[in-house]
Design a binder for this molecule. Structure first.
Ligand SMILES: [Zn+2]
Length: 263
C-alpha cells in the first residue's frame, strides 16, 4: 500500500451518498446520478463492474447499459445457431440486470467480433447519451491490449467499445455539429461529467464492494451460456476482488481509471 492510499483511508470514510474514493481524495457522488455503461458484449459489465453498479443503485443512482454487439460469437458450442445465441445472451443480460436493479438495457446488435468505431456505430450511441444525459459513463479500456504477466490478450471488441464510448462522450455527444441531424431531431448536446474505465492495472479509483460481491457473482451466474464451471469463475472473481480490496484496505473492491471533467 502506498502512503497516499494509507492516508486516504485514514482521512475519509464512505458516506451513504458517496461511493468509494479515488487516490486523489476526491469522492464521487452517485446519489441521484444517471450512470450509463457502454460495453461490447453481454456479461462484460458484470465481470468488470457489477459490484459497483449494484452499490451505485443502492446508493440512489439510476443505471442503464448499452450492449454494442449481438454476442453471437460467444460460444464454442457450434450446435447453437447465431440467432438462438443472440436471444439467449440478451436474456442472460436482462436477468443479470434484474439482479443488480438495472433501469434499462439497449442492445445495439452490431456483429460480435467485428465491432468497429464508425459513424454508423457511434450515432445511435450519441443519440442515447443525449437522450439519457448520463452524469457518469462506465466503459472498457481502449488502450488495454495484453498482459505479459498473465498471458492475457484483450478482445478487440473490448478495446473498440472503449474507444467508441470515449469518442461519443467527447466530442460527439457535446458537439452540435457532430451528427447535426440528431440536434434537428431535438436531441440536445450533453456533457458527461465522469468516465470510469475498467482497467484494474491502472486503476486510480476503487469501489468497496465488500457487501456487493455476492450480488456481482449472482449477476455473473446469469450468463449461463458463458461458463461450464461456475465455481471456478467464483473463485477467480473473488480472488481478484480481494486483490483489489487489499489496495484500499477493504475485503473486496473493483478498480477503475476515473476521468473527471470537473477536476
Ligand atoms: Zn466481452
Amino acid at each position: 500500500m502506498t502512503t497516499s492510499q494509507a492516508s486516504l483511508m485514514a482521512e475519509n470514510t464512505i458516506t451513504p451518498d458517496h461511493a468509494e474514493l479515488d487516490v486523489s481524495g476526491a469522492s464521487l457522488r452517485v446519489k441521484g446520478k444517471h450512470i450509463l455503461a457502454i460495453v461490447a458484449h453481454p456479461d462484460d459489465i458484470d465481470f468488470g463492474g457489477a459490484g459497483s453498479v449494484a452499490k451505485f443503485i443502492k446508493l440512489g443512482a439510476k443505471v442503464s447499459y448499452i450492449i454494442l454487439t449481438d454476442g453471437t460469437r460467444g460460444s464454442e458450442d457450434m450446435s447453437i445457431s447465431a440467432s438462438q445465441l443472440r436471444l439467449m445472451r440478451q436474456e442472460e443480460q436482462r436477468n443479470a440486470g434484474k439482479v443488480v436493479g438495472l433501469t434499462d438495457i439497449y442492445f445495439m446488435d452490431n456483429p460480435d467480433g467485428a465491432l468497429q468505431n464508425t459513424p454508423e456505430v457511434q450515432k445511435p450511441v450519441v443519440k442515447i447519451i443525449r437522450q439519457l444525459k448520463p452524469d457518469i459513463v462506465i466503459t472498457t479500456d481502449p488502450t488495454y491490449v495484453y498482459d505479459v504477466d498473465t498471458g492475457f490478450i484483450n478482445h478487440p471488441d473490448h478495446r473498440n467499445a472503449g474507444q467508441i464510448a470515449l469518442d461519443c462522450v467527447f466530442p460527439f455527444a457535446r458537439n452540435g455539429r457532430s451528427f447535426p441531424e440528431l440536434l434537428e431531431e431535438g436531441h440536445e448536446i450533453h456533457s458527461v461529467e465522469t468516465v470510469l474505465i475498467n482497467n484494474i492495472a491502472k486503476a486510480n479509483f476503487y469501489v468497496d464492494i465488500s457487501d456487493y460481491l455476492d450480488i456481482k457473482l449472482e449477476a455473473i451466474k446469469q450468463h449461463v451460456s458463458q461458463y461450464d464451471d461456475f465455481e471456478n469463475i467464483k473463485k477467480r472473481m473473488t480472488a481478484r476482488a480481494a486483490q483489489l480490496g487489499e489496495r484500499i484496505g477493504v475485503k473486496y473492491a473493483e478498480g477503475f481509471v476515473k476521468i473527471s471533467s470537473q477536476r
